[in-house]
Design a protein around this ligand. Structure first.
Ligand code: ADP
Ligand code: MG
Length: 217
């Protein structure tokens, strides 16, 4: 039997994770997954750029789940997203990817929902938080969110977060994360602000760009 370099089985993932991916109908890695997962799974910082719809959520979702210990009741990964809608989508995808593992709890922290409902969810134990920078800052300011055990920080749709003026909020949140962590930045485009973000909050990141098919020469 031969293994293509784009088979998920080319990665050293646990068998139950591979089986779950197959059940989800994820038979082959998308190009951005094939390019970024081997680097992310080594624990390295990464800037990954690929167009919308290319499977970026699973690229960081699989990586952060590989770093997670579900038996440890602490927030180990945090994903910053530009909007509530996107945060909900990311949380849904991570829950699907995590289905193979024991009771991984993903809590969404975005505006428009009372803070106290979210702090109750945090108190009940969260392994992963997904949210918008403003609301996450609110929870940090109130002492509701402990990031001491955080090992993966993801900046998703970084270009849109910068467009929306979240640079300072991202900076505030990133400064409260442990220094010894992995930072993964995903974006559809590569505006100037990305380099500034990476210089301030990432450790010699590897940059991976997957061009859309029609853009290839
Ligand atoms: P992006 O964040 O790059 O815009 P998404 O992560 O939202 O893209 O993924 C787009 C769609 O592709 C989703 O419906 C997701 O379930 C699906 N998908 C992701 N990875 C795979 C894969 N390896 N095989 C099949 N479908 C996939
Ligand atoms: Mg996305």
């Amino acid at each position: 039997m031969t293994t293509s370099p784009t088979d998920f089985s080319a990665l050293s993932l646990p068998a139950h994770v591979l089986a779950n991916l197959q059940q989800l109908g994820y038979l082959q890695m998308t190009p951005i997954q094939a390019a970024s997962l081997p680097v992310a799974l080594l624990g390295k910082d990464l800037i990954a750029q690929a167009k919308t719809g290319s499977g970026k959520t699973a690229a960081f979702g699989i990586a952060l789940l590989a770093n997670l210990n579900a038996r440890r009741f602490a927030v180990q990964a945090m994903v910053l997203c530009p909007t509530r809608e996107l945060a909900d989508q990311v949380a849904t995808e991570i829950r699907r990817l995590a289905r193979a593992e024991e009771n991984v709890k993903v809590v969404v922290l975005c505006g428009g929902v009372p803070l106290r409902n979210q702090s109750a969810s945090l108190e009940n134990g969260a392994h992963i938080v997904v949210g918008t920078p403003g609301r996450i800052m609110d929870h940090l300011g109130r002492g509701n969110l402990n990031l001491e055990a955080l090992n993966t920080l993801v900046l998703d749709e970084a270009d849109r977060m910068l467009d929306m003026g979240f640079f300072e909020d991202i900076a505030t949140v990133a400064k409260q994360c442990p220094k010894e962590r992995q930072t993964l930045l995903f974006s559809a485009t590569y505006p100037e602000g990305i380099a500034k973000l990476s210089q301030q909050f990432m450790k010699t990141p590897q940059t991976i760009t997957v061009q859309a098919q029609h853009e290839k020469t």
